[in-house]
Design a protein around this ligand. Sequence first.
Ligand code: GLV
Ligand code: MN
Ligand code: MN
Length: 412
Amino acid sequence: MNLQIDEQRLHSELETLATFSDAEPPAVTRIVFTPEDLNARAWVIAQCEEARLAVRQDAIGNIFARWVGADPAAPAVGTGSHIDAIPNAGKYDGVVGVLGGLEAMRALQRSGFRPRNSIELLVFATEEPTRFGIGCLGSRLLSGTLSADAVAQLKDRDGEPVDEVRRKAGFSGNLQDVKLPKGYYKAFLELHIEQGPLLERAHTSLGIVKTIAAPASLRISIEGAGGHAGAVLMPDRKDALCVAAELILVIESAARSSGAMDTVATVGVCDVFPGAVNSIPSRVRMMLDVRDTDLGRRDGVMQTIEGASQKIAAKRQVSIHSELVNADAPADCAPEVSAALASSCRQHGFPFLEMVSRAYHDSLFISRIAPTGMLFIPCRNGYSHRPDEYAASEDIARGTLVLAESLAKLGA
Ligand code: GLV
Ligand code: MN
Ligand code: MN
């Protein structure tokens, strides 16, 4: 099989997709179901149709683009990622796996390969947690990890229910129907930028993921007492932002002292009410993200944080309430899928590293229902979730080639 990746075309498609954005370039902001996201989705669908793939969308907006195999009833081999992007993000997170997946399928078509199993590109809806507070809604529903009822309870940042948001975006089907039937995928593969610096430091262009770290997130509400910034004396204050500051440092120290570098904790959202320079903050809403490769250690850190927050609440006479948004287990990639990736790398003489994915991905959830593997390519300085995120064209093309070979091996 003579597989040729059209690096030029892939590069230009990545640049085009980056123009569907709500931010000044080079930043990309593409929050799910905003006009920019809907236009980007329409553009991706048009590229899939041009490649003669059969496209369908489900009730949460997952896009499936299928190259029907010689045995249409056999389970499909899937690949894909997401195109939604957090505020002030870059061009490559998720997009590499979607456009790389599409180019891998086109390269296989051009080579004359005819799959036995259907090969399907899957563009996951709402991977990023920005809009609904919880990530990977599409893959959680596909895998049955989250029920349709639980999803229907969610509201977006403006308080609009999921059902209303998706209806306005043109998705009115039943969320119960999103779950995939048993055995739908024979295997699933996701190509993604590493989002960390290890491949670059090792001067290695490819990484095969062994384990995806376990993410959890919490919504924390602190209720203190507001008042006049000039008139309320310091001993009389219950400043919710001071409580938040103390708690954030406890969170940092709990992660740092877990005993393992794999533990990370971040407070990435901190909304202060009422937000006036001459008013004592009465209320703070924070979002906390905690991850680890080891489930017990991650949960231990979360317990430490909860214990410390109750002590801070008592000491400062405020209330601190935590609500668990998600707490997922880690996932191991399937040895047979990783073996297909490794053999494709070896076939081309490409060295690779075995690695941990510290970011979560839709593959974390798809791995619950199908043998799943992930292939990483480097990104400059390990930067991701920022506008200067960058992956070199030749690395993207190399990853796409290995992806194509592996899809062929798994779908032959
Ligand atoms: C995915 O975007 C993550 O936050 O790991
Ligand atoms: Mn991301
Ligand atoms: Mn991603």
